[in-house]
Structures are given as C-alpha cells and as structure tokens.
Write a protein that binds this ligand. Structure first.
Ligand SMILES: Nc1ncnc2c1ncn2[C@@H]1O[C@H](COP(=O)(O)OP(=O)(O)OP(=O)(O)O)[C@@H](O)[C@H]1O
Length: 698
C-alpha cells in the first residue's frame, strides 16, 4: 500500500494492508473489509461494542437460566439425529445435575473429537431450560480442564460473517503492537483533570475491558479515545474555517437607513435574539474577512426578518444579496414574505426559480446584471451559469441540513470575490451535532419566540374519535377559525400520501363545503399557490395538506392543526408541522391523531411533543432516540463517521474539543510546537489527510 506524502514513517506499519498482520489470510481480510477494516489502524480503532459476563459456577444446579456460565462437566452419551433437521445432542453431567449440549449440523469427526464420552470438559455458553431440562445450544467454548481458565468477562467486537470473536481479538492485539510511541497531544491539564490514560494505555484497556463498566462512554480509556476522535475532527473544521476566513471578503458596512425603514414599518420590535443575531451578522460583514455564519432558529422564531436585515446590510453597502431555498415552494414563500419588507425599504426584490423561462427570465437576468435588482430570492436556479450579479455581497442559504462541509466549500468558491455566507436552518439541532456538522461556521441562535405568543395546546387523540375531532372543528370553523389538516405519511411513495390527502379532502369537503382547500407537492404550482393564497387571506378556512406545508408557511391567523397518523412522522418533522400554528397572538391547538395501539417509539415521540414546544429540547430527544446519523440525514450530510465517539453520550467532549482545537490553532498556527507536532500525528492517525494540507498554508 503506498503511503501518502507527508505521513510520518512511524505510522507506516499501522497503515499497511491488514493482511500483513500474522494470522490474517485472504478470508479474514475479506471479512474485515465488510466492517470497513482495511488496515491495522482500523483495527485498533474498532473497539468492542459490548461484552459477555460468563460466571463460573461449581455445579450445573447453580445456573440461573437463561444465563451465560462456565461449568465443568463429564461428557456422557452422544445422540446423533435420527430424523433429518434435528440436532445432535450430547448428554453431560456433574454427578448431581444434567446438561444437554445441542448442536445443529456438527461434523461427526469434530464433535466426537471435541467431546469424547467419559472425558472431563469445561463448557461455556448460555444455559437455558427446555422442557424443564438444562441445555446449552452451541457452547461458545469447549476446553480441556488443563487449558487456561476463561476470563469472566469477554469483550464482544462487531462481527461480520467469517470472523470469530477470538479472531477479532487476536487481530486487534496484533495491530496494537504496531502502534508507535507518540507524544501526548491533549492538553496536560485536561488529561490530569479527567484522569485519562495515555494513548497506548487507553487503547490497550479499551480492547481489554474487565467489566461492562469499562465499556461505558465515561470509562476513562474510552472517553479519552472519543476525545481524540473529536479533536482530530474539530482540528479539521478549525483549519477549514481558517482557510475560509483567509478568503478575503469585502467589508460591507451600511448606514442602517434601510434596516431602520423596515423596522419602522413593523408593528412590533425585534426580539432580543433577533437583534443579537443581526448584530453578529453585521459585525461579520463589516470585517474584511468572509462571513461564514449559521443562523439556527426554532420554528416561528422570526428568521425571515433576520435574513432580510442581513440582506439590507449588503444593499446599504451598495451591493446585492441572494437568498436560496431548497425547494420551489419555499423559495416562493420566502419571496412573498420578504416582499412587504422590501417595499418598506424601497428596494427591488425579485424571485427566480426553475419555473421562470423565456423573456421574463432574460429581463430579470439583465436587471440583475445591471444592479437594478437588490435582492434575488430563488432555488438553486440562482446559481446557474448565466446568472450574473452586478455586485453580490451576501449569499443566504436556507438549507435544511442538505449541505455538508464539502458542498459549502464548493459553493463559496463561486463568484470572483466570494460573497459573505449566511446559512439558515429551521430545524434546531442539538449543540453537539451543530458543532460536528457546522464546526467550521460561527453560529447565531434564535432561541426566543416573539412576545405575545401563547403556548400551543397539544393533545393526543385516537383516530377512533375522528367524529369528535370533526365535530369540534365544525364549531371553531363556524366561529371563523382557520385550520390545517395534515395527512399521513402512508409510506415512502409520494403517491400514496396523495391518495390519502385526496380522500381526506373529499370527505372534509363533503362535510364542510367550499371553505376546504387541498395542497400537495404534485399539484400544478399555480393551483397550489392559489390554494395557499385563499387560505392565507381567509377565503378558505380549512387547508388539507401533505407535508409540503412543513416549513416556511406563515399564516398567523391559523390556530388549529390536526395531524393524522401523527405517529408516522419523525419528531423534528412534527415539531416543524406544529410550528405552522401558534404564530399569532391567538391561542392555538394541535391535535395529534394516532392509530392505536401506539408502539413505544411512537408514544415517546408524541408525548415529547405534547410536553414541550422547545425545539432544542425536542432535538435532543430526537438525537437520543435515533442516533446522530439519522437526525442529520444520510452520508451526504457531511457528518463524519466516528468509530469510537458516541455523539449522544459524549456531546460535552465535542464542545471541549472544539474550543481546544481553535485555541491551539490560534497559539500555534503552523502547528510547529511540540504539541502542534503531536496534533499532526493525531490527524494522520485519524486520516484527516486533506486537512493536514491546510496546515502548511498557516
Ligand atoms: N419580533 C417579532 N415580534 C412579533 N412577531 C414577529 C417578530 N419577528 C417575526 N414575527 C412574526 O412571527 C412569524 C414567524 O416569523 P418567520 O416566518 O420569520 O419565522 P421562521 O423563523 O421563518 O419560522 P419557521 O421556520 O417556522 O417558518 C411571522 O408572522 C413574523 O411576522
């Protein structure tokens, strides 16, 4: 295996092919590859995931089945199967009690050699009761009495077909011998304060746990290794961040005139969180470094205004701003929401999506290039080749978790003088994940709702009470209320959602008449816009919808939301959906209609939602229930795959690692000090090769 330029020779043995280890042949090599293990380095970072405690008992009668035990027995008679498909049974005993060993399809020679009648053997495995008799199916170990005793605790590695536990443990042991001596890269104070062992000791202990306690994320060895992984990752993010900041931006300073005009036009003052976020953004934009900031806002926290004020900084400075949304619907919605604000500021705002074609589009592009448009809102169409700005100073990206670090870097490469970047996300994500995925960005958080909002009353109700729900709906609609009715996510295919939504629409229309509208993603855009507009302006009172209304829809007069088959939605999605109500000063209600019986996960999601409206709290529960990868999305999210660290349980360490990484780079930009050198070693060890290249530019 060729070693990349710059990798310290001391690490070569760890990065050679895994089959250079003794005892690893082509078969094991293939099996290990299934686990993503290709080099000895991968082996040392693949830790036991769980463990088995095997109690040693003196007599069979001492077992408390079902239980994994080790016990000495005398082998009795063999009972080979008389009927095909039946197991081979071997009777054993210890003079007092009996134990039957059960084997499916054993090789005759093997089993007779392993368990000769009359011999003494130590067997270890799970004892179960079968028809009141003790039996052990496929013992994990069969030993002679003179063989070394089995340890009471046995680590369990992740296994793939073709690998045995023993084989894994041996391979890991062999790989560990290739670990060179390395200088400590962790801050000595942190090491002392947490009582962490050095790398080699930590690895040895992590591979040789003595009890379940040693496997917990808090065990010093595992905590240290998790921190190492976080630190390497955060070093990379810190380097990427530095690299981006190095990209000179142009300072955009406004006189505040346009921002004031917008604020004066609003009936309410900005919240403290909005004010803070705008200040942070304006300060970034005023500096001569490029802004790379993430604006994270809970539902209904008022991100739109913040985005608009940011855009106005660019316009006040004589430039333009662009805002990009992930979908056509969202882009249109943003444009609609920003339009009145643009009017108040007396500036020109235009929307551009894939839908725009022909002369209109050509005219729009011309206006944009001439600087006659100040703010452009759209889908990714705004970044097409033929779209030229007169003077683009700010790009706002409403991303919904769609981009990873790599994509962000790519985007920022667009344009000659790359604009400041503001990334907005409407889904609160737990801090640990934010630091993982967005560690290269600075973060502003909107965690405060505009004043005057009343808590949303959230109720769980069985769909067997559908009639009560519609009766109640009739009463409130008669009083002039506006309501959403969200149809279930039947399965992955959009068509079946559609059928469900259409069927529900028909039945509600039969009951409530003309005031019901339907929106779904496959409607012609004009019809969809018309239905939305009818609802927003009060010409319709009940909007039946699929999840297209999940984000961005803002109709403050809507106060009721019914979510059908609520248990079929994820937590974050439910939170977003519910966020469509409770956006005005009226009291709002959300009915989570479920189809009984609820399973455990469904129940937990719905009760969590019922009990809190705090998106950040909900995000934590979501993370706990689903794990990091699922919360952020698939591999394309840019979320790194940690081998050891556990984001759910070691989130605190991530924050420490981020701080340490940034401080380290500030003090030692080229990583030349002894500790800097050690950090380089860590980064090589963790395969952060790309990032290492960014160091030298330091
Ligand atoms: N400071 C404020 N005081 C009162 N109302 C506000 C304030 N800021 C925004 N609003 C109003 O709150 C509502 C929600 O704002 P906005 O649509 O910007 O939320 P959002 O953060 O985009 O939410 P979501 O992600 O849920 O769509 C809008 O009707 C907006 O006019």
């Amino acid at each position: 295996m060729t070693q990349p330029k710059g990798r310290p020779p001391a690490l070569f043995p760890l990065f050679s092919d895994v089959d250079t280890l003794p005892g690893i042949g082509p078969k094991s090599r293939a099996a290990l590859a299934q686990l993503g293990i290709e080099r000895p380095r991968d082996l040392i970072l693949t830790l036991p995931a769980s463990g088995i405690t095997r109690r040693r008992i003196a007599r069979i009668a001492d077992a408390r089945p079902p239980e994994v035990v080790t016990v000495a027995v005398t082998v009795g008679r063999h009972h080979p199967p008389t009927v095909k498909g039946r197991p081979w049974r071997v009777h054993c005993g210890d003079g007092v009690g009996d134990l039957t060993l059960v084997f499916f399809h054993p090789r005759k020679e093997w089993i007779e050699a392993q368990l000769p009648t009359g011999a003494r053997r130590v067997v270890s495995g799970k004892i179960e009761l079968f028809d009141g008799l003790a039996q052990m199916v496929h013992p994990d170990h069969i030993l002679r009495e003179d063989e070394p005793a089995l340890p009471e605790f046995e680590p369990v590695y992740p296994l793939a077909a073709g690998l045995t536990r023993k084989g894994m443990a041996k391979a890991a042991e062999a790989a560990l011998t290739r670990l060179p001596h390395v200088r400590e890269w962790i801050d000595p104070q942190l090491v002392a304060q947490r009582g962490w062992p050095d790398l080699a000791t930590a690895l040895r202990r992590a591979h040789d746990p003595q009890s379940m306690r040693d496997l917990s994320p808090d065990a010093p060895a595992r905590a240290r290794l998790a921190y190492d992984e976080f630190l390497a990752h955060q070093m990379t993010l810190a380097l990427v961040r530095r690299e981006k900041r190095r990209l000179k931006g142009r300072p955009s300073r406004g006189d505040g005139r346009l921002r004031r005009a917008v604020l004066d036009s609003l009936p309410w003052p900005p919240t403290g969180a909005q004010r803070r976020a705008v200040e942070e953004i304006a300060a970034d934009m005023a500096s001569d470094r490029r802004m790379n900031r993430l604006l994270q806002g809970d539902v209904g926290s008022g991100k739109t205004l913040v985005a608009m004020l940011a855009a106005l900084v660019a316009v006040e400075a004589g430039g333009q701003a662009v805002m990009m949304a992930p979908t056509e619907i969202l882009a249109r919605q943003h444009a609609r929401a920003l339009e009145p604000l643009a009017r108040a500021a007396g500036i020109r705002l235009a929307a551009l999506t894939g839908r725009d074609k022909g002369d209109l589009r050509a005219q729009l592009l011309e206006d944009l290039a001439q600087g006659r448009i100040d703010i452009l809102v759209g889908t990714h169409a705004v970044f097409q080749k033929d779209v030229h700005f007169h003077d683009l100073r700010l790009a706002i990206i409403d991303e919904q978790h769609r981009f990873g670090v790599a994509q962000r870097l790519e985007l920022s490469a667009k344009g000659q003088v790359p604009p400041d970047m503001l990334i907005m996300t409407a889904t609160p994500i737990p801090r640990s994940l934010a630091l993982t995925q967005y560690g290269d960005l600075d973060i502003s958080i909107l965690d405060e709702k505009p004043p005057g909002r009343q808590p949303i009353t959230t109720v769980m109700i069985s769909d067997q009470r559908l009639d009560e729900v519609t009766a109640r709906l009739r009463r409130v609609l008669d009083q002039g209320a506006r309501a959403y009715w969200v149809c279930p996510l039947v399965d992955e295919s959009e068509n079946s959602d559609l059928t469900a939504a259409e069927a529900r629409f028909q039945s509600l229309r039969a009951q409530f008449g003309e005031t019901v509208r339907l929106v779904h993603g496959q409607m012609p855009p004009d019809q969809r816009d018309a239905a939305m507009a009818d609802f927003a302006q009060g010409r319709a009172q009940l909007l039946v919808a699929t999840t297209v209304i999940e984000v961005g829809v803002d109709v403050p007069q809507a106060t009721i939301m019914v979510i059908e088959r609520a248990e079929s939605f994820g937590l974050a999605q439910l939170h977003q959906l519910r966020g469509r109500v409770g956006r005005g000063t009226g009291a709002s209600t959300c009915l989570l209609m479920y189809h009984p019986p609820l399973n455990e996960s469904g129940a937990r999601r719905l009760t969590t939602l019922r009990d809190t409206e705090d998106g950040f709290r909900i995000a934590e529960v979501d993370l706990e229930m689903r794990g990091a990868g699922d919360v952020i999305g698939t591999a394309q999210s840019g979320l790194p795959r940690f081998r050891i660290a556990d984001l759910e349980h070691q989130a605190g360490l991530m924050a420490v690692a981020r701080q340490d990484a940034r401080a380290l780079l500030d003090r030692d930009p080229a990583l030349e000090s002894p500790r800097g050198q050690a950090i380089r070693m860590l980064m090589w060890l963790m395969s952060q090769d790309e990032a290492i290249r960014l160091i030298s530019v330091g």
